[in-house]
Unconditional design. Sequence first.
Lengths: 605, 653
Amino acid sequence: MPKHYRPAGKKKEGNAAKYITRTKAVKYLQISLATFRKLCILKGVFPRDPKKKVEGNHKTYYHMKDIAFLFHDPLIAKFREIKVHRKKVKKAFAKKNKDLADRLLNRPPTYKLDRLILERYPTFVDALRDLDDCLTMVHLFAALPAVEGERVQVQRIHNCRRLSHEWQAYISRTHSLRKTFISVKGIYYQAEVQGQKITWLTPHALQQVLTDDVDFNVMLTFLEFYETLLGFINFKLYHSINVNYPPVLDPRLEALASELYALCRYMSSGRVPGNSEPAGLIEDREDENNKESSKADESELRLAQLQHQLPTNEPGTLMHLVQESTGVDAEDADAKECRSLFKNLKFYLSREVPRESLLFIIPAFGGTVSWEGEGAPFDETDEDITHQIVDRPTQSHVFLSREYVQPQWIFDCVNARIILPTEGYVVGRVPPPHLSPFVDNDAEGYVPEYAETIKRLQAAARSQVLPLPSIGDEDMENSLVEAIIDRSESNEVAEKKRKLEMLEKQYHDELKMECEGMTFSNRTVDNPPDVVDKNDSKSDDNHVEDSHKQAEKDAAGISKSLMSRRERGLLEAIEIHHERKREKVNLLKKRKKNADSSASAKGRR
Amino acid sequence: MGNSDGDRHNDDLSAEDSPWSEGSWSDDDDDEGSLSFEDSGDSGEGSDVESDEPDAAAAEESDSSEDEVAPRNTVGDVPLEWYKNEEHIGYDIAGSKIKKRDREGRIEAYLKNADDAKNWRKIYDEYNDEEVQITKEEAKIISRLLKGKTPHANVDPYPDYVDWFEYEGKGHPLSSAPEPKRRFVPSKWEQKKVVKLVRAIRKGWIKFDKPKEEPNFYLLWGDETDTADNKRQGLSYIPAPKPNLPGHEESYNPSVEYIPTQEEIDSYQLMYEEDRPKFIPRRFDCLRSVPAYEKALREGFDRCLDLYLCPRTRKKRINIDPESLKPKLPSKKDLRPYPRTCYLEFKGHNGPVKSLSVESTGQWIASGSSDGTIRVWEVETGRCIKIWNVGGVVHRIAWNPSPDRNILAAVVDHDLLLLNAGVGDEEIQMKTKGLLQIEELAPDEDTGDKKPAVKWVKHEQFNGIMLIHHKLSKKHSHHPFRKLPGLPIAAVFHPIQKMFFVATKKFVQVYDLQKAQIVKKLEPGVRELSSISIHPGGDNVIVGSKDGKLCWFDTDLSTRPYKTLKNHSKDITNVTFHRKYPLFASSSEDCTAYVFHGMVYSDLNQNPLIVPLEILRGHSSSDGRGVLDCKFHPKQPWLFTAGADSVVRLYCD
């Protein structure tokens, strides 16, 4: 007899009536399993956990209301229609009725997902909240090889690329990027849009290999929804900054695979329509050559667009993209900080650095950027370039006016929100460790060395920066606020100093102890009997220490005997969790110590 | 009947009576009107028209005959001429005659009419022989009728025509004529038109435009107002948990401490697959050497599967301070004194010390070991005073609770030995010696001492297990209980009343010694009991079990434990109460002894207060056994523990 037996003919109620297994749901909806999957993905229906699993523990349960929700969706009818259409086409081909087949193929039944999106995300913020997966997926597909005959259509991949670039252009334009992190898996970005933190992962700019262990049907269904969602979101976002949405891009730049830059330019130009027509004519001729390669049908529109863009083609005008302020008053301090991080800095990317991500990040923090290759806004020989991003073992030709840094420097600067000193990131050196900005070091219990260095630098930068604005014409209130900030900062600094002092003291103590240890080990060689005594005393010490520890433990654990079983279990679980965390931190500390000692040994050698 | 009559009469009236038709009914009175009434009154008999007038009016007002006021006269539709010369005009409902009214004089009537403004609305009802006054509304209706209009002003005599008949679905054609042939034959003209179109299409004159491409994207989310249609419909939406954010170790260039050594990586192979770290940090010297992540697609796919295949539930995650879970205990300092540290060690035995007993004055202790010796120690110095080699395993040992008899009772193998401890004053020693020597003679010298000098003994080795009630003073034993539900484990006496607690494996039974019957049965709900002790007050009992649980019973409260403490990881060997201080202790095989504060209040409403005070350690384990016995000093807050490591320890404050 099953676990929850219900006699035949008895009315279903409770969990038996509320939940339905997947097989039954499929039968109820009279669709195939594949269609059911597709429907679930598109409608965002997921299984739920009933309190009582009436049909057995190893089955998936859907809520009956969810299934009814699917049942009434017009999409089911549409799917049936598509199936029928496919059959018709097949039949027409089989009967060699090419006319009919062509006619049928010309007008396949289509469906739209806009209604579903609105249903799933009634407000825009809801959609933004769920955007993480969408962005990650779209960026992943954008990195797939766009090869004809693969399992993913080329058009889809191009569409993904376009969408991801549009999204990045918006983020970069509004300076809403907050954190970046290069991991082994790819580059993580975190942006803040309308108060929602959106994190996504882009694979490294290398071509992914399509593996066989994934079901592309499922992924493409997800992608179908995500493409539509991102399209609508982009539309809304572009609309919010008064830019036409389906952006018309510069075909030349597009051909050069620098869509993002083209988009950025589009956005800046979309706001300020160009007024220098004659310049456009000259450039037009130049573009003529490139245009041949591009598709003909879009050329008219693009031409019109190009004419708008041309005035910004000189290198200097790109700056106004950054300087131009839109709704500054609405922005908070964070955004302001981000906007002006790379202000007045000019970057030049070498051929070997990942251009896409840097082209995205640097303008997002207010910098100006160019790259080695066609369509670049300015050359390597430009005198104003302050930093050149290089990722090669040696740099042969060096301009003295600029600094040569590795790409990690940009990422670290962005995370620290200060311009870090470039010494560590010089060409040919192994850069300092790249730390994740998503980790709360204090909560984790372990602060890496470099994080502390960065913190110190940040504090220093702040104390440097802060006195400056007080000179300017600020009103009383501001100066007051700043005074408060100053005070709090000075407190912080003081605390830090104390901490440092403590650390120093500890270090000295350790040193002393180490010295003693050294002498002790020396002595062991001299007179062995002494050692026994020492060891004895040591073991005694250990014993005493043990007993102390035991006593402490007892004192902590003694009240446990009075707790109820449930509470005790909870407490023990928490303790185990803490213990694991501590172990992890200890392991890190141990490794660090080992590494330090080995490094120092090497240094001595 | 009356209705139709009335109508008819009205018609007649309109035809005959000019003053009605022409008179303005609206407001003011005229003499003509009144005169006409006079006329009618005169020629009353001739025209029965007016007599029916009120009836007719009433009939107009209401369709139902029930509303109608029944005529007073019951003669029916007979010519009134017949009553012309009679005194009466008819009969009422009871059958009595209705008398004719006295006729008024003409002048009188005229004057009356002239005075009365409403006179024109008055009608003489000849049939009932009374005057009736009609209302203004009724008068209006009459005038409308006279004019040939509908009685009510708001009736629309010419409404629009509404065709109420439903033709659809009736199944019956309006016309049953057969379908004409032309309906089945393709239209020639249509065919011509089609041919034309086909030709045009073939020759390319008509071009089909592609299906119009609508703009794919538009402003889906309009204004963000917080209205009802902005809420998601249906079941509550549980958003999928976001993927974990990367930590330092996922960096392409993590700091050195995040990179595991080769040994550590190798050791991962030994771990369970679930525990094995999914991601092994690696370090790349520069960004250009970072390869494409080969599992990117797989991870994306896994995430997709999670999103649409994983059941989602809301889980409450508690984020509480573990300290807040611990019960608030009174400060230990306030509960002092209690044994905390080891003060003395009594060493000498060669085997596990199985039992221990403290003399009632607290000067000596006796210990029995499995090496076959019984030793008596002086507490203050830790000196061993006496040793008996009894030649068998000493299971239990006990002092006589009376201070003036230093007798030791010991269970050795299967025998119960009574020993003269031979300590204390000369006098007491003498007394004891005497007591023990005249054992066989059974003199009754001690009967004055009412205190039952008894000890319980367990004979585990016997087949038939029975409790034997030994009475030293009378020098005989008796068996009060022949039957017990299971093996007896331990037993104690009630300190005040004549009660006796027997712990079997599962239960504690309370016997009344005088009546020799069960009074109560305590159910601790633990696996197997091992020891029992009773509070000097007598109402509270603690029981130790072999699964390391200690149960506190308040016998007044319930037969279930008031509190169960799980503190030992192994069997509890003994539990004991202090006789003076509010302390109790438990010793266990896990080499620890717990000391608790157990305060019993005299106020019955207040529950006993139990506070764990101290964990006493020091004994070492031998043969998997730890502390075998514990006893409190009778006067001081000291605890003696007997360990399997052949040491007896004394813990003091």
